[in-house]
Design a protein. Structure first.
Length: 640
């Protein structure tokens, strides 16, 4: 248990009104105590640390200047909101972060009135804050919509869609750009250079401040001319024009760790008649905690750690992660075929492509937080004969669905999709669960969709994708470790649409897709022990179905159960559709589908989440027994 820091001033703060009751001269101390409390809390919970440490002063200044929760504060991604949670009535629960029944690791409307908008997927904050701003303008409410968005999140198109529409909000919309020159990895693209120019032009603030003072001192007609001069002053000296052209009044760059400077600027911005405003603050990710500041990733995501040394708890040496196996398989494919290229959307380490980038820097592309662009960029590469792998988490690929349909499926272009984090993901909770990729991909003509049941399967599936060049193909695999089984030395290309029997029985058939196979095999053991001979099949392909295998299983067993770690609309739905189309249900077959429930599952340990989802061995056994007890009407007969 890490010793709690001494926080005499923070102890007097429960909600932001308590901050606003303080003297401004006390804010520096408050910020430091808030930083120490954040470090202490995350040392026992793990989670996102660096981003939160970078916005401690900003959090204090925003809640000091603005009348939250009446002013609506929207944190982009929300991973930096732990200090915000501590000063908005949740300090007593901050050590339950990202745990079952505890606080979410992101902002969440149902958790607090101070969480104006839920987040976790990036770059939504300006759109949401604009919604609040326009609502206030329409209702005559003088309060603001405030978006705090990072430089990484600013690389997503959605941010520009929102800014393009923002002028209508006038002074009700305030965007605070938190520029720490970091995404999860260093940021990419031209925006980074534009922001760097802004930051390096520190002298800029003086001329504009001078122009402002002039503008205010002049009578009306000259005031307009001076205002225009002030606008040009901005354009002349900095890239602030980027935001000016989008209709924002650019203010910055400001030292994001100088709480007094922040308060002064935010008070001016709050009271400005002009708008929308964009305040550019410059911060350090991991600020105030040396192990984070000195880490390459600035402690973006950490497990429990020792506060004094910063050393993170070592996970017991287990099986290689699916991500690591994927990266290794990608390296082999890129060695073998120079046409194979790899694309990530700001997740090089999360997808394992950082390892690939080291070896093949010219054939590995980090496009920033831009999944839509990533997919169509890959489609362009495929159209030109390359073999692009888009490595995008299942949940983040949701953002690029139209590009998947319109640019890839309809044109039948051979883009490969490596969908990591498929299924339930544990501490990140519902926003990051990869629940829907089977539903959203298996409806698409031309697509081949696979699910790896273990890490050996994943190696063969990556190879299958590399050599499959006649249309789009996707593989899904979960977060975390594999089963610790031997990997194929020479990967084998799988026959498209062919599943496999992993255990032969006669009475019960379990049709598994993906890594629930392990639970299916356990369930088969338990059923055999009850005298119920059980077949287990790994379908491997969600699309195209192995119709011959499925037909055989459904016509030679009394009970059939499908199981997948995916929402409704996955393999179960497709097997039932095939079975009903072919009349395989007419002969009294008892078939049940097991899938994720039709609700969002909050953060918890993955095994607990799968228990809650009803997808573990005991629940498979129970499903089979209930089916056996049911009569022809499907009604469970109660034993006398
Ligand atoms: C659509 C989407 N893609 C990817 C991610 C993964 N992700 C979480 S935080 C982050 C980096 C955000 O960088 P920035 O906005 O600069 O915030 P910082 O961590 O630097 O404070 C990324 C890529 C995400 N949350 N949402
Ligand atoms: C905040 C965010 O979206 C990412 O940092 C995400 O939490 C990473 O997830 P993994 O830890 O599964 O890579
Ligand atoms: Mg950043």
């Amino acid at each position: 248990m890490s010793d709690r820091p001494k926080t005499p001033l923070l102890d007097t703060v429960t909600v932001p009104a308590d901050i606003r009751a303080l003297d401004r001269s006390q804010l520096v101390q408050l910020a430091e105590e808030l930083r120490q409390e954040t470090i202490s809390a995350v040392s026992v919970t793990g989670g996102h640390l660096g981003a939160g440490l970078g916005v401690v002063e900003l959090t204090v200044a925003i809640h000091y200047v603005f009348e939250t929760p009446l002013d609506k504060l929207v944190w982009d991604v929300g991973h930096q909101a732990y200090p915000h949670k501590i000063v908005t009535g949740r300090r007593d629960r901050i050590r339950t972060l990202r745990q079952g029944g505890g606080l979410s690791g992101f902002t969440k409307r149902t958790e607090s009135e101070y969480d104006a908008f839920g987040a976790a997927h990036s770059s939504t904050s300006i759109s949401a804050a604009l919604g609040f701003a326009i609502a206030n303008k329409l209702s005559g409410d003088p309060h603001h919509g405030i978006a705090v968005i990072g430089d990484g999140a600013m690389s997503a198109g959605m941010a520009y869609e929102a800014m393009n529409n923002a002028a209508a909000a006038g002074n009700r919309l305030i965007v605070i750009l938190n520029d720490n020159d970091m995404s999860i990895a260093p940021p990419v693209g031209s925006l980074r250079n534009a922001l760097a120019r802004l930051v390096s032009s520190g002298k800029y603030l003086a001329p504009r401040r001078l122009a402002q003072k002039l503008a205010r001192a002049m009578p009306e007609p000259l005031h307009v001319a001076a205002h225009r001069m002030e606008q040009y002053a901005r354009g002349m000296f900095t890239g602030g024009t980027l935001f000016d052209e989008l209709g924002f009044y650019y203010v910055g760059p400001i030292d994001g760790h100088d709480v007094n400077a922040l308060v002064e600027v935010l008070e001016n911005v709050r009271d400005a008649e002009e708008g929308p405003m964009l305040v550019h603050v410059v911060t350090n990710k991991g600020k105030g905690y040396a192990p984070a500041e000195n880490a390459a990733d600035k402690y973006h995501g950490v497990v429990k750690f020792d506060v004094v040394s910063g050393v993170q708890a070592k996970a017991a040496a287990g099986a290689p992660s699916y991500t690591g196996v994927f990266a290794k398989a990608m390296l082999a494919e890129m060695e073998r075929d120079e046409k194979v290229v790899a694309i990530t959307a700001a997740m090089p380490s999360g997808t394992g492509l950082d390892k690939v980038q080291e070896k093949f820097p010219d054939r590995t592309f980090d496009v920033g937080i831009a999944e839509q662009h990533a997919v169509t960029f890959a489609a362009g590469l495929a159209a030109e004969g390359y073999r692009p792998f888009c490595a995008i988490y299942s949940t983040f690929l949701q953002r690029a669905y139209d590009q998947v349909v319109h640019d890839v499926a309809i044109q039948n272009l051979p883009v490969r999709f490596a969908m990591d984090r498929a299924g339930l993901v544990g501490a990140d909770g519902a926003t990051h669960a990869g629940s829907f990729d089977l539903a959203y991909l298996c409806t698409l003509p031309n697509f081949v969709v696979m699910a790896a049941a273990d890490e050996a399967e994943l190696v063969n599936m990556v190879h299958t994708m590399a050599v499959h060049n006649s249309g789009p193909i996707a593989v899904r695999y979960p977060r975390g470790e594999g089963r610790g089984i031997e990997l194929p030395q020479v990967p084998q290309a799988l026959e498209i649409g062919k599943g496999r029997i992993v255990r032969q029985g006669t009475k019960v058939a379990i049709l598994s897709l993906g890594t629930r196979l392990e639970e299916a095999e356990k369930a088969a053991e338990q059923l055999e022990a009850k005298g119920l001979s059980t077949t287990v099949a790994d379908l491997r392909f969600a699309k195209p179905l192995d119709e011959a295998l499925i037909r055989k299983l459904l016509t030679t067993h009394e009970v059939a159960v499908t199981i997948e770690e995916a929402s409704i609309g996955g393999i179960g739905a497709h097997v039932l559709t095939m079975a009903s189309d072919e009349g395989l249900l007419d002969g009294g077959l008892k078939i049940r589908t097991m899938r994720l429930p039709d609700r969002f599952i909050d953060q918890d340990k993955p095994e607990k989440q799968y228990d809650e989802a009803g997808l573990n061995a005991p629940q498979i056994v129970e499903t089979v027994l209930k089916a056996l007890r049911s009569n022809s009407a499907g009604i469970e007969e109660v034993r006398a």
